[in-house]
Design a protein around this ligand. Structure first.
Ligand code: PLP
Length: 390
């Protein structure tokens, strides 16, 4: 299968992408390995920053917490969105300024809040009374932002159901935060991960702007709008180049929210996905019966060793094999473990060369985000996804 290039990649300096490919081509890999080129992370940071303008980038560490990735971003002046004590510690250990780290998970352990507070972190997310009480007790006087629920998401990987609160709850939480001695500074939301088009942000921004203005009318002096992540990566369907996409989002934000003092954006996927490629191997090609039209292609990587986002076949990765260009046909793709849930694509089978066989190397493109961090430590004894940074 021929890999197509997004606008972003078409405009990339080929030399930079070639470095990743040259590295992969020159080496043997004895287990599934994610290779990340930090030069591509740096290029993407600059491209997003150019479009986001005055918004601060808080890289969502969860997308890829590899030390070299964080180090690269610290050196570029990025800020960070941490989800746990572990991520806070990681960023601090690599030189991030505590003032540049936000603790963005709305579900935090009390002792982790205390740790972050003692380390100098002053900005926390919440979407419930109990969370505010924990923050007030363990980080007295801290700045808090309230996460709003996004009712309708057009994203490929929506994050709406689990997080955020509605208008009335949000207004009540702003009041309650004040009562508790906290400093409620604004709102956050997440439009949904892999929101492919900038125009898809419109309905969410419209709904949230109403709440923002209601809160202001109620006397809350809001100074912070956190627009979260959602910036897309190229998985085969054309997407806008990162600078144009980010600028289009910012234009929509400015049109609705005016001159908010402080804007934060938290790209994760859009920052690191295209900087990585997974090197995997075919372990078996089989047919269940002579009548079965579908081949099953089993890889040495599956849902439990890095490809968790194939859940619901939501994220459709692009596979490259040494036999691309030969006649291809549909196949079900599965991981190597003994769990029948470890099937990657079945409802919408993938097209792969008919001659594919055990031992063939498979490259899985644009897999720098949400892969290595999802890999279990060794389900069925298979090693976790190795990571190499160049
Ligand atoms: N911010 C928060 C609070 C998140 O939960 C996430 C992802 O789960 C992100 C940012 C990153 O989102 P994305 O990878 O879509 O950019």
């Amino acid at each position: 299968m021929t890999v197509q290039f997004s606008d972003a990649q078409a405009s990339a300096q080929p030399v930079v992408r070639n470095r990743l490919d040259a590295f992969v081509a020159s080496r043997e890999f004895d287990r599934p390995t994610l290779v990340v080129d930090t030069a591509l992370v740096a290029r993407q940071y600059r491209a997003l920053k150019a479009g986001l303008g005055r918004a601060d980038i808080h890289y969502a560490v969860k997308a890829n917490p590899e030390r070299k990735v964080i180090e690269t971003l610290v050196n570029l002046g990025s800020h960070f969105d941490a989800a746990s004590r572990g991520e806070v510690e990681l960023c601090l250990s690599l030189g991030a300024d505590p003032a540049d780290i936000s603790f963005g998970n709305t579900v935090k352990r009390a002792s982790d809040i205390a740790f972050a507070h003692a380390a100098g972190i002053t900005l926390f997310a919440a979407d419930a009374e109990e969370e505010l009480e924990k923050i007030a007790e363990h980080a007295p006087g801290a700045q808090v932002y309230i996460r709003l629920i996004v009712e309708v998401s057009q994203a490929d990987w929506p994050l709406s159901r689990k997080f955020g609160c509605d208008r009335d709850t949000a207004l009540r939480l702003l009041d309650y935060a004040k009562e508790l001695g906290l400093n409620p500074v604004g709102f956050s939301f997440h439009v949904g991960s892999q929101t492919r088009k900038a125009e898809m942000w419109g309905p969410t921004l419209d709904a949230l702007a109403l709440i923002w203005h209601d809160a202001r009318d109620a006397g809350h002096d809001l100074s912070l709008l956190n627009i979260g992540g959602g910036f897309p990566a190229f998985y085969g369907e054309a997407i806008e180049a990162p600078t144009a996409y980010a600028a289009a989002v910012m234009a929509q934000v400015t049109a609705r929210f005016g001159n908010v003092a402080r804007i934060m954006a938290e790209p994760g996927r859009g920052m690191v996905a295209e900087a990585g490629v997974i090197v995997a191997e075919v372990m078996l090609v089989s047919r269940k019966s002579d009548r079965d039209m579908h081949r099953w292609v089993y890889l040495d990587i599956g849902r439990f060793s890095g490809l968790a986002e194939t859940e619901g076949e939501a994220i459709r990765y692009q596979f490259e094999t040494p036999r691309d260009g030969e006649e291809s046909g549909p196949c079900v793709m599965a991981g190597p473990s003994c769990d029948s849930a470890d099937v990657l694509y079945e409802k919408r089978p993938m097209q792969l060369p008919l001659t594919l066989k055990a031992g063939d190397r498979v490259l899985i493109r644009n897999t720098g985000a949400y892969t290595s961090a999802y890999s279990s430590i060794g389900f069925n004894g298979f090693p976790p996804l190795a990571v190499v940074t160049i």
